[in-house]
Design a protein around this ligand. Structure first.
Ligand SMILES: Cc1cc2nc3c(=O)[nH]c(=O)nc-3n(C[C@H](O)[C@H](O)[C@H](O)COP(=O)(O)OP(=O)(O)OC[C@H]3O[C@@H](n4cnc5c(N)ncnc54)[C@H](O)[C@@H]3O)c2cc1C
Length: 476
């Protein structure tokens, strides 16, 4: 037992945990532990505390932060940020659900502001289906809370992901082609800016900030609540198909055709891995049809089942919340540093399919996923939000172990790409910013960054450095 709480009433340090010397010995340099405001001291976790193993890492990334702050409300978020600003020399991670791939919501020896306790889901107006959601809620919790109303809000494919990270970057999910990205449902956000002020941003208040939050939110503040207009969603058709992928390039071409020609009710994701000796090559297609009508579901899935020999199929009609209830409630124990690359492609051409097959056969990539977009995602103009990739047909993610080998291969296939979804990218080279944000978007974001975060406090995720004048047009 490492912590003793001193509860004597005449003690000015009331509610401040008193730590034993062996716990204090694990403190990291450069952090004013004793200067922590008492509002945060009660819940903060240090390296020697018993709760530390539960908060140090993320889902995919190992970490050893010097202090994890766990604010319980917005004033405590302001206090946490003010404390962090007294430590500009340290890395600062903003954490909601801890599933960040690009976002570094853990670090080594720095500070983490962990928003897990800001996790409420409230209905603001039944008539207009307006809901307010805290950043620390997980998407499976959101789906479960909306289900009794017959509503849903598309997020991604995994219910464990947090609202804060996904809803500030995009949100490509199984309802995207029918209902758009998660950010397309945002009507307003409340955020704590770098100077500690609390602002509401929406179409009529701070519209420039509202534009930036929808795609590049991590650079502009800590979002403490999101207001979304959600959709009426009936039960949905949900299919998991295992198909023969002995000819990866041919498979990709046929998948690309089926996904691009599908009505917008259907959104399909494809998962492939490297061929393994002695085992049949299998591709998994996961597809959602936004309809409860079995005839519509079967009709729209038929082209996917016909791509190649079908080894296994499971098709159900189920509530959206059941499909997205696919993640455990466990703490995160990620280790090391993920190696993930991300891109958009307009269509699956024979040249792209051949390049993708080379990637898969290289032995460098162990996870290869294509998410189909288009449909309602493309109804929004590219400059309407800071997510400009409205014309893409597919989003590609590839994960590997060796960053150098991955980069070499990725650079060879780059000619087929048209942009990058920042949520799945771990390459921190500044050129990647130019892939995520084309020049007009990046110029506008940099101008806003200079206005709202001139000291670059928020820099843990695809940082737009306000002090850099380099035009990425020149270095891309
Ligand atoms: C298993 C898995 C499946 C995924 N599937 C999908 C998918 O289908 N579709 C999709 O679009 N994405 C998907 N993602 C990517 C995911 O959306 C991002 O990684 C997202 O950032 C995770 O959000 P989080 O809150 O859980 O992560 P965190 O690690 O808590 O945060 C990630 C970053 O987001 C920023 N951030 C977090 N909270 C806030 C806040 N309140 N205010 C401002 N900035 C904040 C910070 O920069 C932080 O470093 C997936 C990721 C994983 C690991």
């Amino acid at each position: 037992m490492g912590i003793v709480v001193d509860v004597s009433t005449n003690n000015p340090l009331m509610n401040r945990p008193v730590r034993r010397p062996e716990v204090l010995a694990k403190r990291r340099p450069g952090i004013d532990y004793d200067g922590l405001p008492s509002s945060l001291a009660e819940t903060a976790i240090e390296p020697g505390d018993p709760g530390y193993p539960r908060v140090r890492s993320n889902y995919l990334r190992g970490g050893a932060p010097g202090l994890v702050l766990l604010p319980r409300d917005v004033p405590e978020v302001v206090d946490a940020l003010s404390f962090a600003r007294r430590h500009p020399h340290l890395p600062l991670g903003i954490r909601s659900g801890g599933h960040g791939v690009s976002g570094r919501s853990t670090n080594d020896g720095g500070l983490v502001i962990d928003l897990r306790r800001l996790n409420t889901v409230e209905v603001l107006d039944r008539e207009t289906r307006l809901v307010r959601i805290g950043p620390g809620a997980r998407w499976k919790e959101v789906a479960a809370a909306l289900r009794p109303y017959g509503w849903a809000l598309g997020s991604g494919d995994y219910g464990g992901v947090g609202v804060g990270g996904l809803a500030t970057a995009g949100g490509i999910g199984f309802l995207s082609r029918r209902h758009g990205l998660t950010i397309d449902h945002l009507r307003a956000v409340e955020l704590v800016l770098a100077d500690g002020s609390i602002v509401r941003a929406g179409q009529d208040e701070h519209p420039d900030l509202f534009w930036a939050v929808r795609g590049a939110g991590a650079n502009f503040g800590i979002v403490t609540s999101f207001e979304f207009q959600v959709d009426e969603v009936t039960d949905v058709g949900w299919a998991q198909l295992a198909l023969d992928a002995a000819d990866p390039a041919g498979f990709l071409l046929r998948f690309g055709e089926a996904a691009a020609n599908a009505p917008r009710e259907t959104t399909a994701f494809l998962l492939m891995g490297p061929p393994r000796r002695g085992r049949p090559a299998v591709a998994q297609v996961m597809a959602m049809v936004a309809s409860a009508d079995p005839d519509v579901v079967v009709e729209q899935l038929r082209p996917f089942a016909a791509i190649s020999a079908l080894y296994q199929q499971q098709v159900v009609i189920a509530p959206y919340a059941d499909v997205i209830d696919n993640a455990p409630d466990d703490d995160h124990h990620g280790q090391g540093e993920p190696v993930s690359r991300s891109a958009f492609v307009r269509e699956i051409t024979p040249a792209f399919a051949a390049a993708a097959e080379r990637l898969l056969r290289s032995g460098v990539v162990y996870f290869f996923q294509l998410r189909s977009v288009g449909g309602a995602v493309a109804d929004v103009a590219p400059d309407a939000t800071a997510y400009p990739h409205r014309e893409a047909g597919f989003q590609l993610t590839a994960m590997g172990i060796d960053a150098k080998r991955m980069d070499r291969l990725w650079d060879e296939v780059r000619e087929h790409f048209d942009g990058l979804y920042l949520s799945f990218e771990t390459d921190t080279r500044p050129q990647r910013l130019a892939d995520a944000f084309p020049p007009p978007t990046l110029d506008r974001l940099r101008e806003l960054k200079r206005r709202y975060d001139p000291d670059n406090v928020f820099r843990d995720n695809f940082n737009i450095d306000p002090r850099t004048d380099t035009s990425f047009r020149d270095i891309a």
